[in-house]
Design a protein around this ligand. Sequence first.
Ligand code: OAD
Length: 241
Amino acid sequence: MSDHALLQSARAQLASARSIAVLTGAGISADSGVPTFRGADGLWRNYRAEDLATPEAFERDPRLVWEWYSWRREILATKTPNAAHDALVRMEACTEDFRLITQNVDGLHRLAGSQRLSELHGDIWKVRCTSCRLVIDNRDVPLSLLPHCHTCGGLLRPHIVWFGEALDQQILTDSIRAVESCDVMVIVGTSGLVYPAAMLMPAAKANGAFVIEINLDPTPYSSDVALSLQGRAKDLVPLLL
Ligand code: OAD
C-alpha cells in the first residue's frame, strides 16, 4: 500500500472506532526537543541507568541521582508540546471512550491538555517521600541540602518508576483494561522494549483491536501491527484525524 493509502486506512479505522487506546513513548516528545533513551543521542547511550535510575543508585548516592533529574527538569522546563501532543488532545475530545497511556515522565501530554491520561512511569515534576510515601508537586528541588518531606522530614525522591520497581498497580490495571477493550490502538514513538508497557500491544491485538504504529524507524512491533506508518510523530499523528 502507498503511504497515502495506509493513512486513509488508519483514518477510516479511527473514524469508526468507539474506543481508542493510545500508547506513547519518548519519540513523541523528541519532536519537542526532548532526548529519547535509546536513539543515537539517547540518554541511555551516554549515562548508565544503574547509576541513576534504580533504587540502589538512590540509596548509594541520592545527590547524584537528584542532580541528574534536576538537569533533566531544566531541559524539560524549556520544552513545549508539539503538533502530535495537540492532535491527541483533539482525538480525545472526539472519542467516546479514550485512554492515553504514556511511558513519558515529561508532563507534555498534560501540558497539551490531555485528561484521560495514564502516566505509567511517573511524573518528573512530582516527588515522593521515601518514608511516608506522600506524593507532591514540586518544581523546586534544593540540591544543596537535598529535598525533605514537610510532613515527616523523610528524604524526597523523584516520583519515577525506576528499573527494578513495580508500576502503580491501579494505573497498570486501568491501562490493561483500556487496551483490552479498545477497537483501535495507536502506538507512537516507543521502541517497545520496556515491560510491562511492551505487553500492552499484544494484549490489544489478542482482543481484536486494530493496531496502528507510528515511528521514525521499524520496531519489534512493526511486523505484528495492522498498520505501520514510518515518519515523525509531529507530522503523522495530526494526519490521523
Ligand atoms: P526509546 O528511546 O527506547 O525509544 C524511542 C522511540 O521513538 C524509538 O523507537 C525511535 O525510533 C522513536 N522516535 C524517535 N524520534 C521520533 C519521532 N520524531 N517521531 C516518531 N518516533 C520517533 O523510548 P521509550 O520506548 O519511550 O523509562 O522508552 C521506554 C522507557 O525506557 C522510558 O519510559 C524510560 C526508559 O528507561 C523511564 O523513564 C522509567
